[in-house]
Design a protein around this ligand. Structure first.
Ligand code: ADP
Ligand code: MG
Length: 226
């Protein structure tokens, strides 16, 4: 395909609930270039999370093409999908999804060990990322001992641990109060820009969407401009 960070063509996803057939994606097309930040808007139930899960190689579409950093997902083995997900994609969820039994630092170390970094290297990088998100002093805290905003900061640091080319975020500040959410969003945008990543960020906050390079909307299962 191309050198796009993310490219979708004619993506279709159908869910079956008993007799009901729900066509969530009905031919979604999208290209996100390296270094570009794109907002994905759309009301609740429009299919934003479904689209992001497919882009993150966490779910498979029923049909259509999907390429991450030029690699066509359909042609990958399960092991190659896992490797691509681990090394090339960072994912931030609405709710932090940190492992509760592990410290903030360990949560950032773990994905690095999975892709084969040494413990020392992983720990040093985790410490530096924690400092970047302003939580150097919270390294040993478990998620339950962090505030909602701090949990999301750790989740952002974890998503960036393996230096991904593409950041996917699903309403990353949706669970935070507006003040905290705004600050976490500033941090996320700053880090994405500084590292030159491509990003696709679902949000239904138009003010946050305004701050990205481009705004797209999911409508009737297709992606339309702004
Ligand atoms: P959004 O993130 O925009 O709110 P979602 O992608 O979560 O939308 O959901 C889109 C639609 O697909 C919703 O109607 C939801 O109920 C339905 N849906 C999502 N996941 C599943 C699933 N695993 N099985 C059946 N229906 C689902
Ligand atoms: Mg959603």
């Amino acid at each position: 395909m191309s050198d796009a960070a993310l490219q979708l063509h004619g993506l279709v996803k159908v869910f079956h609930q008993g007799e009901r057939r729900l066509e969530v994606l009905r031919g979604a097309d999208l290209t996100v270039h390296p270094g570009e930040m794109v907002a994905l808007l759309g009301p609740s139930g429009a299919g934003k999370s479904t689209l992001l899960q497919i882009c993150g190689l966490l779910e498979k579409p029923d049909s259509g093409e999907l390429a991450i950093a030029g690699k066509e997902a359909r042609k990958l083995s399960e092991a190659e999908r896992t490797a691509l997900r681990g090394r090339t994609i960072g994912f931030v969820y609405q709710y932090h999804h940190l492992l509760p039994e592990f410290s903030a630092l360990e949560n950032i170390v773990m994905p690095q060990l999975i892709v084969g970094r040494s413990k020392a290297e992983a720990k040093a990088r985790a410490q530096s990322l924690l400092a970047e998100v302003g939580l150097a002093e919270r390294a040993s805290h478990r998620p339950a001992r962090l505030s909602g905003g701090e949990q999301q900061r750790v989740a952002i640091a974890r998503a960036l641990a393996n230096e991904p080319a593409l950041l996917l975020a699903d309403e990353p500040t949706g669970n935070l109060d507006p003040g905290t959410g705004g600050r976490v969003f500033d941090l996320l945008i700053g880090m994405v820009r500084e590292k030159g990543l491509a990003a696709l960020i679902a949000t239904h906050n138009p003010a946050l969407a305004e701050r990205m390079d481009r705004r797209l909307r999911l409508e009737d299962g297709r992606i339309v401009e702004g």
